[in-house]
Design a protein around this ligand. Structure first.
Ligand code: PMP
Length: 427
């Protein structure tokens, strides 16, 4: 029977298998009709502690019987207050620096980024109204970036065949070359001269560009980029949607550079992966520019599910796990396990360019037809699926971003399969 469900990015109409998952726990997915899969990608960066974490599941159940959903414009509830305070407590902050002190809730990484852009433009709009600045609209972005799939988020991301259909709607941005090893100065010079033209903001994925191919750059460069923005009074936006919640080895990637952004977008692991929720954190000056009795200055953005109480309860439970358990210790152990095995896999002649940051690992498979739109990725995905592993290769790059509860046996099974994939699909 064909399914009426329209799945993102798949070719199931053309025969690609779509397994039905009925249950999940920890790193494991249980399939209809039997069979299991190891979730090697935390269901794409979200189920950080593993699936159905008992503390998060219990918090959701309790909240569902208490208060589910509340219009958030003009009302509030305790779970949202608790999460906002918790986020401010753990966000990168620095003594003497305008703190990230305000939290705006939304429901996906793309929306958190849209909100960040709207905050930045709203800030300059209101400054211009007060005669304190000329209007600023231009957004600077890092080459190869990815920030989501809504129109605004696509506008600031890499353009390619996958968003060609919408290109006429995307707005212009200033693209700063990626700071590839050895070419960092070119990036810094380009940013310096672009900032001198008074753009509104510069947005980056800190330390690692995810969907762009897991491209790494150093904390020192992140620090220098933030410093250039500060010198020119250009707002610095960190998109920590992917890098947040411990993925890079610290709670947020910006910490490794000692950078406090003006605006920071978080999502994915904010509820430990159980429910959709996102947040955009802003400094006091951004908030103050929007707070006024003049209603034309307010921040106009809201959606029906803003700060859904059950999602906030899940996020509060996630924050409690971070406070009370040694999550960073688990991450360090898992990162070490990945590092050892990735080093061995890199010896395989079919693999090249291994890279790792914390619990994020990527490696390129050397294959004949390896382009982004070739059928290599779906064939690899099918191979892993047949062998009990959920991975999502893109082009010829295989990504690993497992939940922090993954054990050594599961890690061994994953790397044995990667090696086998090299034997079968590599050249
Ligand atoms: N920003 C980054 C850096 C991302 O990696 C992603 C998603 N992979 C997004 C934004 C968009 O998040 P979402 O899919 O929740 O809309």
């Amino acid at each position: 029977m064909t399914s009426p469900v329209w799945h993102p990015f798949t070719q199931h109409g053309l025969g690609e298998a779509i397994p039905q998952v009925v249950r999940a726990d920890g790193a494991m997915l249980h399939l209809a009709g039997g069979g299991t899969l190891i979730d090697g990608i935390s269901s794409w960066w979200v189920t950080t502690h593993g699936h159905c974490h008992p503390r998060i599941a219990a918090a959701i159940a309790a909240q569902a019987g208490l208060l589910d959903q509340l219009i958030f414009a003009g009302y509030t509830h305790e779970p949202a207050e608790r999460v906002a305070r918790g986020l401010i407590d753990i966000a990168p902050q620095k003594l003497g620096r305008d703190p990230l002190a305000h939290v705006f809730f939304s429901d996906s990484g793309s929306t958190a980024v849209e909100v960040a852009l709207k905050m930045a433009l709203g800030y300059w709009h209101n400054r211009a109204k007060d005669g304190l600045s000329s209007p600023r609209h231009r957004i600077l972005v890092l080459e190869h970036g990815y920030h989501g799939d809504t129109i605004g988020a696509m506008s600031i991301g890499e353009r390619g065949v996958y968003n060609a259909a919408w290109t006429p709607l995307l707005f212009d941005v200033g693209t700063i070359p990626f700071p590839a090893a050895g070419a960092e100065q070119k990036t810094l010079d380009a940013l310096e001269s672009a900032c001198a033209q008074h753009p509104a903001a510069f947005i980056v994925e800190p330390l690692i560009l995810g969907a762009g191919g897991m491209l790494l750059y150093s904390p020192a460069i992140l620090r220098e980029m933030a410093a250039i923005c500060a010198r020119h009074d250009v707002l610095f936006i960190a998109d920590e949607v992917m890098t947040g919640w411990g993925r890079t080895g610290t709670l947020f990637a910006c910490e490794q550079a000692g950078v406090v952004p003006d605006i920071m977008a978080v999502a994915k692991g904010i509820t430990g992966g159980a429910l959709p929720l996102a947040a955009t954190l802003a400094t006091s000056r951004i908030f103050d520019a929007h707070s006024s009795t003049d209603r034309s200055r307010l921040f106009y953005h809201s959606s029906s599910y803003t700060a859904n109480a059950i999602a906030c309860a899940a996020a509060a439970a996630n924050l409690a796990i971070w406070r009370e358990e040694d999550v960073l210790g688990r991450i360090a152990a898992l990162s070490q396990g990945i590092e050892q095995r990735l080093g061995c896999l890199a010896q395989h002649p079919a693999f090249a360019n291994p890279r790792q940051l914390g619990t994020i690992a990527a490696i390129d498979l050397i294959a004949k037809d390896a382009g982004y739109l070739s059928d290599l990725a779906p064939r690899l995905r099918a191979f892993f699926l047949e062998n009990g592993l959920l991975l999502r290769p893109l082009g010829n790059t295989i990504y690993l971003l497992p939940p922090y509860c993954l054990d050594a046996d599961q890690l061994d099974r994953i790397f044995a399969l990667l090696s086998k994939a090299g034997d079968i699909f590599g050249i």
